[in-house]
Design a protein around this ligand. Sequence first.
Ligand SMILES: Nc1ncnc2c1ncn2[C@@H]1O[C@H](COP(=O)(O)OP(=O)(O)OP(=O)(O)O)[C@@H](O)[C@H]1O
Length: 597
Amino acid sequence: MATPSTDDATVPPAPPAAAPSGPPAWRVLLDYVRPHRGALLAGALLSLVTSATGLALPLVARGLIENLSDNGPIGAALLLMSVLVLANAGVGALGSYVLQRTAESVVLTARRSLIGFLIRLRVSAVDGTEPGDLLSRATSDTTLLRAMTTNSLVGLGTGGLTLVATLVMMCFVDLVLLGVTLAVITLAAVVIGLIVPAINRASKRAQESVGQMGAALERVLGALRTVKASGAEGREEETVRRAAEASWRESVRAAKWSALAGNTAGLSMQFAFITVLAVGGARVATDAISVGTLVAFLLYVFYLMAPIQEVVQAVTQYQVGAAAISRIQEVAALPAEPAPRGAARPVPAGAAPASVTFEGVRFRYGPELPEIHHGVDFVVPPRGLTAFVGPSGAGKTTVFSLIERFYDPTDGRVLVDGVDVAEWDLLELRAAIGYVEQDAPVLSGTLRENLLFGAPESDEDALREAVRTTRLDGLVARLPDGLDTVVGHRGTKLSGGERQRVAIARALLRRPRLLLLDEATSQLDAVNEAALRDTVAEVARDTTVLVVAHRLSTVTSADRIVVMDAGRVQAVGTHRELVAGSPLYAELAATQFLATA
Ligand SMILES: Nc1ncnc2c1ncn2[C@@H]1O[C@H](COP(=O)(O)OP(=O)(O)OP(=O)(O)O)[C@@H](O)[C@H]1O
């Protein structure tokens, strides 16, 4: 048998599509910097003061040496030098601290805004992404903004300022030599301008590879047991390693281009030096300028080197940061739900149960994907138990996703309490609903945190009651720290049935007006399932309960059963009515050995 291609099996999916041309990177960076501009300015000023104290030292040293040779007093010069050295060290340290702190604050600002987006992303947007890749954008990409702030923004400011000041000074010395210098610098700038887009592209690809590495790692760690049981460690390791190596390759490429840009700048200055020497020499020979002017000008050319290197480094670092910003912007361009206008009000005790209506609902998960619902219609009045049954892939879970407004129908309306869910305040809508999704996850943390996840304000009595009705009391008694036992990432320390009961208790604690249970008892043993069925029946007296069930035995006593097939409602009725009137239901019931008489 042919071995499947590792490529097919292991290539991580592509990151989100590139953002439609958003604002340029510098504007996004300035947005992040704006809250910290005072600190940034202070840091930059302190850096300038540090440079100034450094520059003053040689002058004082010259005075000291002159005084020494003249046998003059040197006490004052020594004191001044000591003060300058101390000031240089002190102000330098303070400036560097202020700048680093500000850069960290810029990273924090970017992370805060990105986290806000990530948490509120629409489910439909997340469907097309890899969590590991999104994670890398919030962690790795945002980190690059630190160097972008210090090297690029501040470097451009201080380097640019020194550069302009030196050029102005040169202007007073000799305009012809300034013209020669500017011509050489312009030539170098054009070459560097051609190089920097390559740095941007390589950095973007390096960061994309980091994202793919995150996605591949998340895939392995999220399914470690299956990976081990399938003996797929080697292939998975290879995928992660490939992504890591791709990131290395692209980073090295970016480093190569950066080095080239830096050296082009250095080379251009040497070239400027020689050209100025030649042209200046000729001008001295024709008495157009004095030797002193030429020497002074050459000294300025020499002084120009440091700020030019600083500006070039700022420009190359900017490209790295811009690549990171474009990845951050790709997330920011994904559709997100509106930020909540405040905490959702908990559902008051005894709140009226909700009604649910589907009116001609058509739905597809994406524009290029097939239609899942082809005009679904049903009415669920308040209270009672309504079951959704039908073959796998019929669109039952999709019904719940549309009620929760994880997605919007492409046509038709979903109404809760007679109001289109699109018109509901999202927070209010979801506050009214308790939802136990298929394979509902238990989150890392304690059992108590998990139970209170959807209703943190619940009191101890309500908690105990939920534990009792979901028959979790035995488990709580067994656990070493009871409710405060840590249940592991994704509830790995619990059994499948225990996880389902935790999820049901979590939903019940919200005291929902509408309870959605998707295959919520599929992993329970017969005794627990019967007990939970009684609990659900009791809840359904005051709450509208919708369940999706494959095992019809769990729903034969439902008030109404909606039979779905291939995205359509085939029939609605009680078990007895459907056995008689729906061939599909009768067949399902017959294959599950249910009494159809
Ligand atoms: N996020 C998604 N993106 C694209 N297609 C999806 C998505 N979720 C579900 N589907 C597709 O929609 C169809 C209906 O899925 P749905 O989960 O609603 O079926 P179901 O009746 O609940 O099935 P089951 O009984 O097996 O849980 C399936 O063919 C599935 O492949």
